[in-house]
Write a protein that binds this ligand. Structure first.
Ligand SMILES: Cc1cc2nc3c(=O)[nH]c(=O)nc-3n(C[C@H](O)[C@H](O)[C@H](O)COP(=O)(O)OP(=O)(O)OC[C@H]3O[C@@H](n4cnc5c(N)ncnc54)[C@H](O)[C@@H]3O)c2cc1C
Length: 431
């Protein structure tokens, strides 16, 4: 256990020191609440400390888009403390994604989120060459250039967020594992059992990222669920959780390699493409649709590609961090070279570093932010969430008795009522 001893009670006990636990602690402590955060390992030990760190608004679902706009404002407000870079974000797609990105752009216009839409292959290529003279990707017919958003450095941002929460008065105790709950007859939690003793609680926030499946069970919730579709039909007995491995990597090139021709740090770039992908030696990597993202990191160029589905159960401990698919480095480096001449030959610079990790996705691939017991609020973000720093502010509001219109669309009840989020044409569970 760290220097802070475990108190006997807490008004609000937060389990997990990732982005959701820490941002909840920050805002609840700012309200003057007595907040205790417990993490079995430490600040940023889970997905938040390994995330690529991309902050974007590009979401097809109105509720996600509105929430992200608020998140970006918080990243901007605490840019220094959170190592945030407001370089913007660019999504590029093939014709299949034209209509989605046009809709996203139109909604961003409505909510005043600053972005620019470019359509048509020539215009898209010209837009990209305006920033990167060596841009050479073909077949991309739509570009959504978000002028807000960007990226932050994962571990450092979580340490910065923890510092902000502590300054606001929250206690963060590392190295203490929550092992169970005591419930009263109404089903409310009266105490939390830990590896260092029992803590009496008024309210609990479960913000355990990929460890959610085990906590779901501890809360007496089922790992199977019926889901009503918007057309009224019901899919029965679906698995509540699915684990995916997010593959990421780095090339040992200076972050400035990605600078624009104007000398500015590059926006985060996300490309989905149907063009056949070849390695620099001409070998075909894939003739199926592929997708990648790339951004400058602290000392390198970092990004990721195709997630791998792991199944409905997964042993999260020890939390895995390492690229799993042998072909990942070939694919990601080939796609960088496909897009920019400057990355030709970058496969040799691929480095095996701690990167990539596991996320737990819900049955509809969108977050559940809701009370799952009378006084136990669960933040299960379906792996969308490093960027979602406003969720903790909203949770703090809900804990103090207010409503949150931003969190309402993510209530658990939607699976029963069929009030689901619209689904985009993206092949990935994160758009
Ligand atoms: C490789 C990868 C890249 C990603 N990139 C991005 C990105 O670029 N942008 C983006 O927005 N999202 C990204 N995500 C998703 C994002 O990282 C997660 O959605 C988000 O960080 C989850 O935050 P969290 O607070 O819920 O959980 P976590 O950050 O996982 O924190 C949970 C904490 O709970 C603690 N814990 C678990 N069990 C217990 C217990 N029994 N007792 C006490 N503590 C416990 C863990 O130690 C951990 O520190 C990425 C995810 C991965 C895996």
């Amino acid at each position: 256990m760290s220097s802070e001893q475990l108190p006997e009670s807490a008004s609000i006990l937060v389990i997990g020191a990732g982005v959701h636990g820490l941002s909840t602690a920050l805002y609840a402590a700012q309200q003057g609440q007595d907040v205790l955060v417990l993490d079995k390992t430490g600040v940023g030990a889970g997905a938040s400390g390994i995330a690529c760190g991309v902050v974007r608004n590009n979401y097809y679902q109105p509720a996600m888009s509105e929430l992200m706009a608020e998140c970006v404002e918080i990243w901007e407000q605490y840019a220094d403390e959170l190592t945030y870079h407001d370089s913007g974000y660019i999504a590029l797609g093939p014709p299949e994604q034209d209509s989605d990105l046009i809709e996203v752009f139109e909604r961003q216009e409505k909510i005043g989120y600053p972005s620019e839409l470019i359509t048509g292959e020539d215009a898209v290529a010209e837009h990209m060459r305006g920033m990167f003279g060596d841009w050479r990707a073909t077949g991309l017919t739509v570009c959504l250039h978000e002028k807000a958003g960007g990226f932050a450095f994962n571990k450092e941002s979580m340490k910065g967020l923890a510092d902000l929460a502590r300054q606001a008065g929250a206690k963060i105790v590392e190295g203490v594992e929550v092992t169970g709950f005591e419930f009263d007859e109404s089903g409310a939690a009266t105490a939390v059992e830990t590896s260092a003793g029992t803590v009496k609680v008024d309210q609990v926030v479960v913000a355990v990222g990929p460890w959610i499946e085990g906590f779901w069970e501890k809360l007496g919730l089922s790992d199977r669920i019926d889901v009503r579709r918007p057309d009224g039909s019901v899919d029965e007995n679906l698995p509540m959780w699915t684990y995916w491995y997010l593959q990421e990597g780095e090339v040992a090139l200076p972050p400035s390699t990605l600078n624009t021709d104007q000398g500015n740090p590059s926006p985060v770039i996300h490309v989905d493409s149907s063009a056949p992908l070849y390695a620099d030696d001409g070998k075909l990597i894939t003739d199926e649709q592929w997708g990648i993202y790339v951004k400058p990191d602290r000392d390198s160029v970092q990004g990721g590609a195709s997630p791998i589905m792991l199944g409905n159960e997964f042993e999260v401990d020890p939390y895995p961090t390492g690229t799993v698919d042998d072909g990942f480095a070939d694919m990601w480096c080939a796609s960088l070279s496909h897009c920019f001449e400057r990355f030709e030959g970058c496969r040799e610079k691929f480095i095996d570093v701690r990167s990539g990790g596991v996320g737990a996705f819900t049955v509809d691939n969108f977050p559940v932010f809701d009370y799952m017991r009378p006084n136990v609020f669960v933040a299960a973000d379906s792996n969308h969430g490093y960027k979602m720093i406003a969720v903790g502010r909203e949770i703090a509001r809900v804990l103090s008795g207010e409503n949150s219109s931003l969190l309402y669309p993510f209530r658990f009840e939607r699976f029963e009522t069929g009030d689901l989020h619209p689904v985009s044409n993206s092949p990935y569970p994160w758009s």
